[in-house]
Design a protein around this ligand. Structure first.
Ligand code: PHE
Length: 349
Protein backbone atom coordinates (compact mmCIF):
# COMPACT_ATOMS: atom_id res chain seq x y z
CA UNK A 1 0.00 0.00 0.00
CA UNK A 2 2.90 2.23 0.78
CA UNK A 3 4.22 1.77 -2.75
CA UNK A 4 0.80 2.48 -4.15
CA UNK A 5 0.67 5.73 -2.25
CA UNK A 6 4.11 6.75 -3.36
CA UNK A 7 3.24 5.97 -6.98
CA UNK A 8 0.14 8.16 -6.72
CA UNK A 9 2.22 10.97 -5.24
CA UNK A 10 4.87 10.75 -7.94
CA UNK A 11 2.29 10.66 -10.69
CA UNK A 12 0.29 13.56 -9.23
CA UNK A 13 3.33 15.75 -8.68
CA UNK A 14 4.48 15.09 -12.19
CA UNK A 15 1.10 16.07 -13.65
CA UNK A 16 1.03 19.20 -11.51
CA UNK A 17 4.41 20.16 -12.83
CA UNK A 18 3.22 19.82 -16.39
CA UNK A 19 -0.11 21.58 -15.91
CA UNK A 20 -0.35 24.72 -18.01
CA UNK A 21 -3.59 26.30 -16.81
CA UNK A 22 -5.83 26.53 -13.79
CA UNK A 23 -8.52 24.36 -15.29
CA UNK A 24 -6.05 21.50 -15.71
CA UNK A 25 -4.92 21.95 -12.12
CA UNK A 26 -8.48 21.76 -10.88
CA UNK A 27 -8.94 18.49 -12.81
CA UNK A 28 -5.81 17.05 -11.22
CA UNK A 29 -7.15 17.96 -7.80
CA UNK A 30 -10.36 16.09 -8.49
CA UNK A 31 -8.56 13.08 -9.98
CA UNK A 32 -6.39 12.54 -6.91
CA UNK A 33 -8.06 14.15 -3.95
CA UNK A 34 -11.72 14.22 -4.96
CA UNK A 35 -14.40 11.93 -3.48
CA UNK A 36 -13.80 9.44 -6.23
CA UNK A 37 -10.12 10.33 -6.52
CA UNK A 38 -7.36 7.73 -6.49
CA UNK A 39 -5.94 8.73 -3.10
CA UNK A 40 -9.35 8.53 -1.56
CA UNK A 41 -10.02 5.07 -2.91
CA UNK A 42 -6.69 3.81 -1.61
CA UNK A 43 -7.52 5.20 1.81
CA UNK A 44 -10.84 3.42 1.74
CA UNK A 45 -8.96 0.17 1.64
CA UNK A 46 -7.21 0.99 4.93
CA UNK A 47 -9.87 -0.92 6.88
CA UNK A 48 -8.28 -4.11 5.71
CA UNK A 49 -4.94 -3.29 7.31
CA UNK A 50 -3.73 -4.50 10.65
CA UNK A 51 -3.79 -2.27 13.73
CA UNK A 52 -0.02 -1.78 13.58
CA UNK A 53 0.06 -0.92 9.90
CA UNK A 54 -2.82 1.51 9.95
CA UNK A 55 -1.12 4.49 11.69
CA UNK A 56 2.02 4.04 9.58
CA UNK A 57 0.10 4.01 6.31
CA UNK A 58 -2.19 6.76 7.65
CA UNK A 59 0.79 9.00 8.22
CA UNK A 60 2.17 8.33 4.76
CA UNK A 61 -1.26 8.99 3.23
CA UNK A 62 -1.49 12.32 5.05
CA UNK A 63 1.93 13.32 3.84
CA UNK A 64 1.00 12.41 0.29
CA UNK A 65 -2.22 14.44 0.53
CA UNK A 66 -0.35 17.41 2.05
CA UNK A 67 2.32 17.32 -0.57
CA UNK A 68 -0.20 17.13 -3.45
CA UNK A 69 -2.34 19.93 -1.93
CA UNK A 70 0.72 22.09 -1.33
CA UNK A 71 2.03 21.60 -4.84
CA UNK A 72 -1.36 22.37 -6.36
CA UNK A 73 -1.55 25.60 -4.31
CA UNK A 74 1.90 26.67 -5.30
CA UNK A 75 1.36 25.85 -8.92
CA UNK A 76 -1.97 27.64 -8.99
CA UNK A 77 -0.32 30.80 -7.63
CA UNK A 78 2.29 30.56 -10.36
CA UNK A 79 -0.38 30.07 -13.02
CA UNK A 80 -2.57 32.90 -11.69
CA UNK A 81 0.37 35.26 -11.72
CA UNK A 82 1.21 34.21 -15.28
CA UNK A 83 -2.40 34.71 -16.38
CA UNK A 84 -2.43 38.20 -14.82
CA UNK A 85 0.81 39.12 -16.51
CA UNK A 86 -0.47 37.88 -19.83
CA UNK A 87 -3.65 39.95 -19.41
CA UNK A 88 -1.67 43.05 -18.45
CA UNK A 89 0.52 42.60 -21.46
CA UNK A 90 -2.43 42.15 -23.78
CA UNK A 91 -4.29 45.17 -22.45
CA UNK A 92 -1.27 47.41 -22.10
CA UNK A 93 -1.84 51.10 -22.88
CA UNK A 94 0.86 53.09 -24.56
CA UNK A 95 0.57 56.25 -22.54
CA UNK A 96 3.21 57.92 -24.66
CA UNK A 97 0.90 57.92 -27.72
CA UNK A 98 -0.48 61.39 -28.39
CA UNK A 99 -4.21 61.68 -27.56
CA UNK A 100 -6.90 62.48 -30.06
CA UNK A 101 -7.29 66.26 -30.20
CA UNK A 102 -10.51 67.52 -28.58
CA UNK A 103 -12.22 70.19 -30.65
CA UNK A 104 -12.83 73.11 -28.34
CA UNK A 105 -15.82 75.31 -28.97
CA UNK A 106 -15.85 79.01 -28.36
CA UNK A 107 -18.13 81.99 -28.20
CA UNK A 108 -19.64 83.22 -31.47
CA UNK A 109 -17.80 86.26 -32.83
CA UNK A 110 -20.92 88.37 -32.40
CA UNK A 111 -21.20 87.35 -28.75
CA UNK A 112 -17.53 88.20 -28.22
CA UNK A 113 -17.81 91.62 -29.82
CA UNK A 114 -20.99 92.49 -27.89
CA UNK A 115 -19.27 91.45 -24.64
CA UNK A 116 -16.23 93.51 -25.53
CA UNK A 117 -18.38 96.59 -26.16
CA UNK A 118 -20.35 95.96 -22.97
CA UNK A 119 -17.14 95.75 -20.93
CA UNK A 120 -15.95 99.00 -22.43
CA UNK A 121 -19.10 100.89 -21.47
CA UNK A 122 -19.41 99.19 -18.07
CA UNK A 123 -15.93 100.62 -17.47
CA UNK A 124 -17.38 104.08 -18.12
CA UNK A 125 -20.20 103.60 -15.62
CA UNK A 126 -22.99 102.35 -17.89
CA UNK A 127 -25.33 99.59 -16.76
CA UNK A 128 -26.50 96.87 -19.18
CA UNK A 129 -30.23 96.66 -19.88
CA UNK A 130 -32.52 94.50 -21.96
CA UNK A 131 -35.88 95.02 -23.61
CA UNK A 132 -38.45 92.96 -25.54
CA UNK A 133 -37.95 92.06 -29.21
CA UNK A 134 -41.71 92.02 -29.77
CA UNK A 135 -42.46 95.66 -29.09
CA UNK A 136 -45.44 97.97 -29.15
CA UNK A 137 -45.79 100.65 -31.80
CA UNK A 138 -45.80 103.09 -28.89
CA UNK A 139 -42.30 102.33 -27.58
CA UNK A 140 -40.73 101.61 -30.94
CA UNK A 141 -42.03 104.83 -32.53
CA UNK A 142 -44.36 107.14 -30.65
CA UNK A 143 -42.38 107.47 -27.43
CA UNK A 144 -39.41 108.32 -29.66
CA UNK A 145 -41.17 111.27 -31.27
CA UNK A 146 -42.27 109.29 -34.30
CA UNK A 147 -46.08 109.63 -34.27
CA UNK A 148 -48.22 107.58 -36.64
CA UNK A 149 -47.85 108.87 -40.17
CA UNK A 150 -44.45 110.42 -39.49
CA UNK A 151 -42.43 110.16 -42.71
CA UNK A 152 -39.29 109.08 -40.83
CA UNK A 153 -41.02 105.77 -40.00
CA UNK A 154 -40.15 104.84 -43.56
CA UNK A 155 -36.46 104.89 -42.61
CA UNK A 156 -37.15 101.63 -40.85
CA UNK A 157 -39.20 99.10 -42.76
CA UNK A 158 -41.11 97.28 -40.11
CA UNK A 159 -42.37 93.74 -39.54
CA UNK A 160 -45.81 94.35 -38.05
CA UNK A 161 -47.53 91.60 -36.06
CA UNK A 162 -50.75 93.57 -35.50
CA UNK A 163 -51.45 97.31 -35.90
CA UNK A 164 -49.97 97.90 -32.47
CA UNK A 165 -47.41 95.09 -32.14
CA UNK A 166 -44.22 94.75 -34.15
CA UNK A 167 -40.70 93.34 -34.12
CA UNK A 168 -38.59 96.21 -32.84
CA UNK A 169 -36.69 97.96 -35.63
CA UNK A 170 -34.04 99.30 -33.25
CA UNK A 171 -33.03 99.13 -29.59
CA UNK A 172 -34.13 102.75 -29.00
CA UNK A 173 -37.46 101.72 -27.37
CA UNK A 174 -35.36 100.58 -24.40
CA UNK A 175 -34.43 104.27 -23.90
CA UNK A 176 -38.05 105.11 -23.13
CA UNK A 177 -38.62 101.94 -21.12
CA UNK A 178 -35.59 102.59 -18.91
CA UNK A 179 -36.36 106.25 -18.35
CA UNK A 180 -39.93 105.38 -17.30
CA UNK A 181 -38.52 102.97 -14.73
CA UNK A 182 -36.43 105.75 -13.21
CA UNK A 183 -39.58 107.90 -13.05
CA UNK A 184 -37.92 111.17 -14.02
CA UNK A 185 -36.24 111.39 -10.64
CA UNK A 186 -32.66 110.34 -11.26
CA UNK A 187 -30.12 110.06 -14.03
CA UNK A 188 -29.92 107.07 -16.39
CA UNK A 189 -26.71 105.65 -17.78
CA UNK A 190 -27.30 102.45 -19.68
CA UNK A 191 -26.48 100.46 -22.76
CA UNK A 192 -28.78 97.87 -24.28
CA UNK A 193 -27.59 95.19 -26.69
CA UNK A 194 -30.19 93.16 -28.54
CA UNK A 195 -31.66 91.79 -31.74
CA UNK A 196 -33.59 94.06 -34.10
CA UNK A 197 -35.59 93.34 -37.25
CA UNK A 198 -36.19 95.17 -40.51
CA UNK A 199 -37.91 94.29 -43.73
CA UNK A 200 -34.70 94.35 -45.72
CA UNK A 201 -33.62 91.95 -48.42
CA UNK A 202 -30.54 90.12 -47.20
CA UNK A 203 -27.30 90.89 -49.01
CA UNK A 204 -23.67 91.50 -48.07
CA UNK A 205 -24.50 94.56 -45.96
CA UNK A 206 -28.17 94.03 -45.03
CA UNK A 207 -29.90 91.46 -42.89
CA UNK A 208 -33.58 91.23 -41.90
CA UNK A 209 -32.35 90.57 -38.37
CA UNK A 210 -29.25 92.06 -36.89
CA UNK A 211 -27.89 93.40 -33.61
CA UNK A 212 -27.76 96.86 -32.11
CA UNK A 213 -26.28 98.35 -28.99
CA UNK A 214 -28.12 101.37 -27.69
CA UNK A 215 -26.53 103.87 -25.33
CA UNK A 216 -28.33 106.44 -23.17
CA UNK A 217 -27.00 108.92 -20.65
CA UNK A 218 -29.48 111.31 -19.07
CA UNK A 219 -28.67 113.57 -16.15
CA UNK A 220 -28.33 117.20 -15.20
CA UNK A 221 -25.81 118.96 -17.43
CA UNK A 222 -25.09 116.18 -19.90
CA UNK A 223 -23.66 117.90 -22.97
CA UNK A 224 -22.74 117.20 -26.54
CA UNK A 225 -19.06 117.19 -25.50
CA UNK A 226 -19.86 114.25 -23.18
CA UNK A 227 -21.22 112.36 -26.17
CA UNK A 228 -18.15 113.17 -28.19
CA UNK A 229 -15.74 112.24 -25.39
CA UNK A 230 -17.52 108.97 -24.67
CA UNK A 231 -17.59 107.93 -28.32
CA UNK A 232 -13.99 108.98 -28.89
CA UNK A 233 -12.92 106.79 -26.00
CA UNK A 234 -14.99 103.91 -27.32
CA UNK A 235 -13.53 104.22 -30.85
CA UNK A 236 -9.94 104.35 -29.64
CA UNK A 237 -10.37 101.36 -27.33
CA UNK A 238 -12.13 99.37 -30.01
CA UNK A 239 -10.08 100.26 -33.07
CA UNK A 240 -6.78 101.56 -31.67
CA UNK A 241 -5.39 104.74 -30.16
CA UNK A 242 -4.53 106.27 -33.51
CA UNK A 243 -8.16 106.27 -34.76
CA UNK A 244 -9.77 109.68 -35.07
CA UNK A 245 -13.51 110.25 -34.90
CA UNK A 246 -15.64 112.85 -36.62
CA UNK A 247 -19.27 113.79 -36.01
CA UNK A 248 -21.41 114.78 -38.99
CA UNK A 249 -24.82 116.42 -38.71
CA UNK A 250 -27.65 113.96 -39.35
CA UNK A 251 -31.30 113.45 -38.50
CA UNK A 252 -33.17 111.19 -36.10
CA UNK A 253 -36.60 112.21 -34.79
CA UNK A 254 -35.59 111.29 -31.22
CA UNK A 255 -32.36 113.29 -31.01
CA UNK A 256 -31.69 116.96 -31.59
CA UNK A 257 -29.12 117.76 -32.75
CA UNK A 258 -28.39 114.41 -34.37
CA UNK A 259 -25.06 113.15 -35.59
CA UNK A 260 -23.46 110.32 -37.42
CA UNK A 261 -20.03 109.28 -36.27
CA UNK A 262 -17.20 108.25 -38.58
CA UNK A 263 -13.84 106.79 -37.66
CA UNK A 264 -10.75 107.39 -39.71
CA UNK A 265 -10.08 104.55 -42.12
CA UNK A 266 -7.41 102.24 -40.80
CA UNK A 267 -6.63 100.76 -44.19
CA UNK A 268 -5.42 104.04 -45.73
CA UNK A 269 -5.03 106.13 -42.57
CA UNK A 270 -7.36 108.79 -43.91
CA UNK A 271 -5.76 109.08 -47.35
CA UNK A 272 -8.69 107.53 -49.21
CA UNK A 273 -9.05 103.97 -50.48
CA UNK A 274 -11.70 101.54 -51.70
CA UNK A 275 -12.69 100.47 -48.17
CA UNK A 276 -13.64 104.04 -47.18
CA UNK A 277 -14.84 104.89 -50.68
CA UNK A 278 -11.98 107.39 -51.07
CA UNK A 279 -13.30 109.55 -48.20
CA UNK A 280 -10.78 108.50 -45.54
CA UNK A 281 -13.69 107.99 -43.12
CA UNK A 282 -16.00 105.09 -42.24
CA UNK A 283 -19.43 105.59 -40.70
CA UNK A 284 -20.01 103.51 -37.61
CA UNK A 285 -22.94 104.81 -35.59
CA UNK A 286 -25.75 107.33 -35.11
CA UNK A 287 -26.47 109.42 -32.06
CA UNK A 288 -27.33 112.81 -30.71
CA UNK A 289 -28.78 114.76 -27.81
CA UNK A 290 -32.04 113.23 -26.57
CA UNK A 291 -34.94 115.25 -27.98
CA UNK A 292 -36.70 117.25 -25.22
CA UNK A 293 -40.03 115.73 -26.25
CA UNK A 294 -38.64 112.21 -25.74
CA UNK A 295 -37.48 113.21 -22.25
CA UNK A 296 -40.86 114.74 -21.43
CA UNK A 297 -42.82 111.72 -22.70
CA UNK A 298 -40.67 109.50 -20.45
CA UNK A 299 -41.43 111.72 -17.45
CA UNK A 300 -38.28 113.85 -17.32
CA UNK A 301 -38.25 117.62 -16.92
CA UNK A 302 -36.33 118.66 -20.04
CA UNK A 303 -35.37 121.98 -18.44
CA UNK A 304 -33.50 120.16 -15.71
CA UNK A 305 -32.35 117.02 -17.51
CA UNK A 306 -30.47 116.59 -20.74
CA UNK A 307 -28.97 113.51 -22.28
CA UNK A 308 -27.27 111.85 -25.17
CA UNK A 309 -28.09 108.64 -26.97
CA UNK A 310 -26.44 106.55 -29.62
CA UNK A 311 -27.02 103.32 -31.47
CA UNK A 312 -24.48 101.09 -33.17
CA UNK A 313 -24.40 97.77 -35.01
CA UNK A 314 -21.90 95.31 -33.54
CA UNK A 315 -21.86 93.29 -36.79
CA UNK A 316 -20.60 96.37 -38.60
CA UNK A 317 -18.04 97.02 -35.88
CA UNK A 318 -16.79 93.43 -36.10
CA UNK A 319 -16.72 93.62 -39.90
CA UNK A 320 -14.52 96.70 -39.76
CA UNK A 321 -12.34 95.37 -37.00
CA UNK A 322 -11.71 91.99 -38.63
CA UNK A 323 -12.09 92.83 -42.32
CA UNK A 324 -15.24 90.71 -42.82
CA UNK A 325 -17.02 91.65 -46.04
CA UNK A 326 -20.39 89.89 -45.74
CA UNK A 327 -22.83 90.31 -42.84
CA UNK A 328 -24.40 86.92 -43.64
CA UNK A 329 -21.25 85.26 -42.29
CA UNK A 330 -22.58 86.00 -38.78
CA UNK A 331 -25.73 83.96 -39.32
CA UNK A 332 -24.82 81.08 -41.60
CA UNK A 333 -22.73 79.59 -38.81
CA UNK A 334 -19.95 78.03 -40.83
CA UNK A 335 -17.57 76.78 -38.13
CA UNK A 336 -14.61 77.21 -40.47
CA UNK A 337 -15.37 80.93 -40.46
CA UNK A 338 -16.36 81.24 -36.81
CA UNK A 339 -13.45 79.24 -35.38
CA UNK A 340 -11.03 81.81 -36.80
CA UNK A 341 -12.28 84.23 -34.17
CA UNK A 342 -12.22 82.05 -31.09
CA UNK A 343 -9.21 84.00 -29.94
CA UNK A 344 -11.28 87.20 -29.94
CA UNK A 345 -11.99 88.60 -26.51
CA UNK A 346 -14.31 86.40 -24.48
CA UNK A 347 -14.03 83.82 -27.21
CA UNK A 348 -12.45 80.97 -25.30
CA UNK A 349 -14.25 78.56 -23.09
N1 PHE B 1 -32.05 103.99 -33.48
C1 PHE B 1 -31.21 104.56 -34.50
C2 PHE B 1 -31.14 103.60 -35.70
O1 PHE B 1 -31.51 102.48 -35.54
C3 PHE B 1 -29.84 104.85 -34.00
C4 PHE B 1 -29.84 105.90 -32.95
C5 PHE B 1 -29.93 105.55 -31.62
C6 PHE B 1 -29.74 107.22 -33.29
C7 PHE B 1 -29.92 106.54 -30.65
C8 PHE B 1 -29.74 108.22 -32.35
C9 PHE B 1 -29.82 107.83 -31.02
O2 PHE B 1 -30.69 103.95 -36.75
Amino acid sequence: MKEQLEAIQAEALDKIKQATDLKELQDIKVTYLGKKGSLTSVLRGMGKLSKEERPVVGEIANKVRESITGEIEQKSEVLEQAALEEQLEKEALDVTLPGRPVQLGGAHLLTSIVEEIEDLFIGMGFEVREGPEVETDYYNFEALNLPKGHPARDMQDTFYITNELLLRTHTSPVQARTMLQYKGKQGVKMICPGKVYRRDTDDATHSHQFTQIEGLYVDENVRMSDLKGTLDRFAKKMFGQTREIRLRPSFFPFTEPSVEMDISCKVCNGEGCSVCKQSGWIEILGGGMVHPRVLEMAGYDSKKYTGFAFGMGPERIAMLKYGIDDIRQFYTNDVRFLSQYHHAKGGTM
